[in-house]
Design a protein around this ligand. Structure first.
Ligand code: CA
Length: 223
């Protein structure tokens, strides 16, 4: 799981990064709101930990901009302030949870688990992807009166590409998320499954397809 940590207090950032890494999270730490927004817009993170009082751009504005750009990564806001107004502003801006400093690291870890679990539940639903919809509980894609079912791996691939629709997803990422870190799957497995998904997208006559970028990976795009 990949976490973006946006916190300008170097000591706190360093301490949090260490605790998170000890708990097997990958962490990218940035120290101002502008960097936080740019990194967050990549769509690659599973959770964003976002301080409110930040140089260049405050955390509330960062959260609002991310949500306006359809980035639905769970956000946990951090702040030293503890007024009811700040909590309301934070949650209204699109944050999923709120923590007042100082806090116990164990509590932050519990909140991270809670927001990612909720994200998982949200996924068991219908995703709209361009001109077709993707029911992630039945693994069916439909457009108009055409519907076709994807098998497990095809569905996992499409889910990943849909959730990261503005970024190129690498083959390595697809292998580790769909086949697992320890698998023997290679590039040819990914290529085969990508072509199966493309065929199913053409079957429902979707304008969306999976484009490949040499050496970089794949992206779901309109033709
Ligand atoms: Ca701060």
């Amino acid at each position: 799981m990949h976490i973006l940590l946006v916190e300008d207090e170097q000591r706190l950032s360093k301490a949090l990064k260490q605790i998170l890494e000890e708990n097997r999270y990958m962490v990218d730490a940035v120290y101002n709101g502008e960097d936080g927004l740019n990194y967050g817009l990549s769509g690659i993170y599973d959770v964003i930990i976002l301080d409110i009082m930040l140089p260049r751009l405050d955390g509330i504005s960062v959260a609002k901009s991310l949500r306006q750009s359809s980035i639905n990564t769970p956000i946990i806001m951090l702040t030293a302030r503890d007024s009811v107004n700040d909590k309301i502003n934070g949650l209204d801006s699109g944050a999923d949870d709120y923590m007042t400093k100082p806090f116990a690291p164990r509590e932050l870890l519990a909140r991270i688990r809670a927001v990612t679990r909720r994200q998982g539940e949200v996924l068991a639903d219908v995703l709209e992807c361009g001109d077709f919809s993707f029911n992630t509980s039945t693994n069916e894609i439909s457009k108009g009166d055409k519907t076709i079912r994807l098998n497990y791996k095809e569905a996992e691939i499409l889910k990943l590409l849909t959730l990261r629709k503005n970024v190129i997803v690498s083959k390595e990422d697809l292998i580790s998320k769909v086949w697992g870190y320890d698998s023997d799957a290679g590039d040819s497995n990914v290529e085969a499954y990508i072509s199966f998904v493309r065929k199913k997208l053409s079957f429902i006559q979707s304008e969306m397809t999976i484009l490949s970028y040499k050496k970089l990976g794949y992206r779901l795009e309109a033709k």
